[in-house]
Design a binder for this molecule. Structure first.
Ligand code: UDP
Length: 307
């Protein structure tokens, strides 16, 4: 039986990956300190270790080591800059050591934030980004960039099989809608369903491209399994951009809500546009996103309503 270690396996994306691995007959171990996920959301079949990844060590060997533990929500990571950095530098180092000892396939979920406030759109992987090294977002984007450097150093020095993905704004069931953790889609849906105003930062003209979680799972699974993907760095995201204001209007319409839209202070250093060029993922994995925003939003609304 193959074995997979997943850090952050109790979170939004992690828990879906755990389900996928277990249904594929893989023996899964999750390390998660539950710092950003509310309650345990992984099945009993998975071994669960409640620990911060920075403090985790093991002599066990795994076929796959997947490092997902991170604090990806801007409002949350700006409040917790040091622990955000720790999961990316110390955490990545710990996971790399485990992969090196076990001669595992190492997968890292980096981020589209490594591109900062991009000047090239849609963004290909060989665009090096436009990033403020000491701005309020640097605890996240620069430490993710550092992680990538660390991972590539392990590849060069130890010939480790490393695979780096850069997800672009993934959403869907199990994503948190509350507090600092709420990313824009679950927060807007929650506000719309509860008749609260939708809180658009700034003029709302900033754009993102959103990816439904099932597309992310498909890409991630292929990326883990395809032999030719060794050493690759791949964008996992959609190309179609939508402004935050249009997203708010779309969510109001899908939920049939009477909520209004209010404009808040712009977020510090909010990237103005973001859209993925996933040509390389198509070439390497034979993958392209399948779920459109409209149907992804409808499924997410249904999930949030049912809770
Ligand atoms: N956003 C917003 N209102 C909110 C939360 C987010 O207008 O209540 C905007 C935010 O300014 C950004 C976009 O939505 O331009 C995406 O934010 P999110 O936190 O989901 O992730 P990011 O892509 O910034 O990492």
């Amino acid at each position: 039986m193959e074995r997979m270690l997943i850090s952050g396996g109790n979170g939004f994306l992690g828990s879906h990956l755990v389900d996928k691995a277990i249904s594929g007959g893989i023996d899964v171990t999750v390390v998660d300190d539950l710092s950003t996920s509310k309650k345990r959301q992984i099945p009993k079949e998975a071994t669960f270790i409640k620990k911060s990844i920075e403090d985790f060590q093991t002599s066990e060997k795994f076929d796959y080591v997947v490092h997902l533990a991170a604090r990806p929500s801007p409002e949350d990571y700006m409040q917790n800059p040091l622990s955000t950095i720790d999961s990316n530098d110390i955490g990545t180092r710990r996971m790399l050591e485990i992969a090196r000892m076990g001669k595992s396939i190492f997968m890292y979920t980096s981020t589209s934030e490594v591109y900062g406030d991009p000047k090239v759109l849609p963004i290909p992987e060989d665009y090096f980004g436009y990033v403020n090294p000491n701005g309020v977002r640097s605890c996240y984007d620069e430490s993710k960039r550092f992680s990538e450097a660390l991972i590539k150093a392990y590849e060069r020095q130890f010939d480790l099989d490393v695979r780096i993905q850069r997800p672009f704004n993934v959403y869907g069931p199990r994503i948190r809608e509350d507090g600092f953790y709420g990313r824009v889609i679950p927060r807007f849906i929650d506000q719309a369903l509860n008749g609260k105003p939708l809180t658009v930062h700034g003029d709302g003209k900033q754009t993102r491209s959103y990816l439904y979680y099932t597309d992310w799972i498909e890409a991630t699974w292929k990326f883990l399994k395809v032999p030719d993907a060794k050493g690759e760095v791949l964008n996992i995201g959609a190309k179609d951009e939508i402004t935050v204001l249009d997203l708010a209007k779309k969510i109001i319409s899908i939920t049939d809500s009477r909520s209004r839209i209010v404009h808040m202070e712009p977020r510090a250093e909010d990237p103005k546009r973001r859209s993925a060029d996933s040509t390389k993922a198509k070439e390497v994995l034979g993958w392209t996103p399948r779920t459109g925003l409209e149907s992804g939003l409808e499924m997410t609304v249904r999930w949030l309503k049912d809770r």
